[in-house]
Every structure is written in structure tokens, then in C-alpha cells.
Unconditional design. Sequence first.
Length: 373
Amino acid sequence: MSNSSNFDHRVNSALSVRAKNKVKIASELPFSIPDGPERLFGVLGIGNAIVDRLAYSQDSDIEKLGMAKGAMTLVDREKALDIEGQIIEKGLKFSQVSGGSAANTMAGLANLGIRAAFVGSVSDDSIGSHFIDDLRQIGVTCIGMEPLEAKAHGSGICHVLVTPDAERSMATYLGAASEVIYSEHLENAINSSSILYLEGYLFDSPVAKETLFKAIDTAKKSGTIVAISLSDPFVVERYRHELSEIVFGGLADIVFANSDETQILAGAQSFDEALKAFMKDSLLAALTAGSKGAVVISKGEKYNIDSTVVDRVIDTTGAGDLFAAGFLAGLLLGESLHKAGSLGSLSAAEVISLLGARPPATLMDMAVERGLI
């Protein structure tokens, strides 16, 4: 079966599930998810278009390369080339796979039968072509992604070093990815989507940050649900005030964060203490805690989600991205919040069993086998 046929089959299966579940989840949510023929996409993601170059390494390699373990460090083009040269010199073999936080989430949604679209920026080079081709093959629609001239910006690259504890440390050269601009194409796509999904990494580019706030404004005017991922503890530390305004000031309807990000944003000393800040009537929060599972908060109610056990953790890159994909798919399929959280947990578990941040093509089959769809 071709990639196109596989995607159409997943979409048809998802539509069938959604029809059966139409009113199941409505009472649990603090908002109504817009639906109708004008909503062509379940989710539209805006994010950094990044291709990952992954290599297995030791902690000593992370230190020598000047990277922060377990976090994302922004680097310029010269530093990115230096890191790549040192990786090759050390004999570390790397694999190249498309990444980008929001793009990973859109890929996961497409694998679960949800019509997803992505807006980002790439350069007119082989890396940019690779990124777009990968998304299209999975079934994600790329909108308004005209490549920038390669001589001005190379496409975004992230060197990901995975240590024996499966932790990933990232050095990211944004390049063309930082030039995500607001456009008529983007405005139309927001108006045609049920949910707008934004990654916190957009704050690291002034251009992309401006686009993020314009996109939120458009979504609010059109009734599109706004979801945001906090992305990284360092991102939350750098932009805590503005992220607080989005999350706690009513601009976001859904927030995704891990335990560290949750605590930093809430200014709390523990995960349990931080949860209190997210007990807002108008906010749906999906907060992950690694092997301890996740907590979903909606309308003052907490739903505890167990983690999905895996035989071996290979690489934690993309775990949060795929949790968001599974959770949003569950919402759009009309499943209960507990089931949506469990689908997020399964999706995260499957991606950490692989090298790279893109989900296996069999993700939907796994979800069906476990009774989550």
C-alpha cells in the first residue's frame, strides 16, 4: 500500500471513531473544539523546521563540545559546523532524520489519522528539501513554505547527542527556521483548523515570536483552539514572563509541559505544588513527569495517567512532542481525557524506543490493539 493510501486509510478510520464518540468528551473540556467542513485540518502546527543529526555519545563528549546535557543550546552556523567536525573527528556516527518540535507532533498526528498541517521556514538546499519531503510522505500538509536562498540562510540543523542513559542534548542552528513570518497563507490555515499548536522554541527568534502572537490573535478571532508546548526548561527560564501571560492570562486553551517546565513557570519547588497554578477553569493542561506518568488538569479536576512501559529506552528525543500528538489526537477523536492521556503516553513510549523523534508508521495499529482508539 502506498504512503498516500496508508494515510487515507488512517484518516477514514479516525473519522469513523470520531463519529461514534461525538459527545463523549464534551463535558470534560473547558471549551468546545470547532468542527465543520470549513475546518480542513484537525491541527495546524507552527514551529522551527529542523533536521536532526543524531549520534550516540558519552557524557564527556557533551562537556567537551560545550553543550548543556539534557537541554537545547542555540548555536551560530560556525559553531554548528565546528560541532559537526568534532563529531566526525571523534568517530561518532550520526543518523539524519527530520525533527523540529511542532513538526514531530504533526507527524505523530498524521500517523494517528488526524489531518495535520505545518508552517515553518527552510532554505533552498538539500536539508530543506529533505525536511519537507519527510513531512509530506507521512501525510502532513506543508503550507506556504517557499525556500529562502541558501546563500542567505542554511536550513535549520540540530546536533543531538544521545548518552547511555538515553538523555538527549541538543545544539541547534536555527538558520532559515528562524524566519517564520506571518502571511495570508498562515492566516487562512489558522481559520481552517480546529486547533493551532505552537512550540515555545519560537520565542528564540524575534521574527517567529512576532508570528506566534499574531497567530494567537487570529485564532482567538476565528474560534480556533490555541495549544502551546513550553518545549524546554531553558526556554521557560528565558521567557517566563511572556509564557506566563499566554498560559495563565487566557491566551492559551491547552498547555503541554514536563515537570521541570511546569515548576519553573509556576515558580514552585515541586511538581505537586506547581500543579495548583494550572487549576484554572478555562485551561486544559497536560503535564508529563517521565516514568511517573502524567497529570491532565481540566475544569479543576485531575486525571492521573500511567506511563507506558517500554522494554528499552533508546532515545528520549521527541517524547514530549509525541505525547502532545497522542493527546490531541484523542481530543479530536472524541475520546475521554484519560484515554487521550493514555494515547499520549503510548505515543511517547513508542518514540523513545527508537532513535530519532518521528513515530513508527504502525502507531495507530498499536493504539487500536490497546483499545485507545
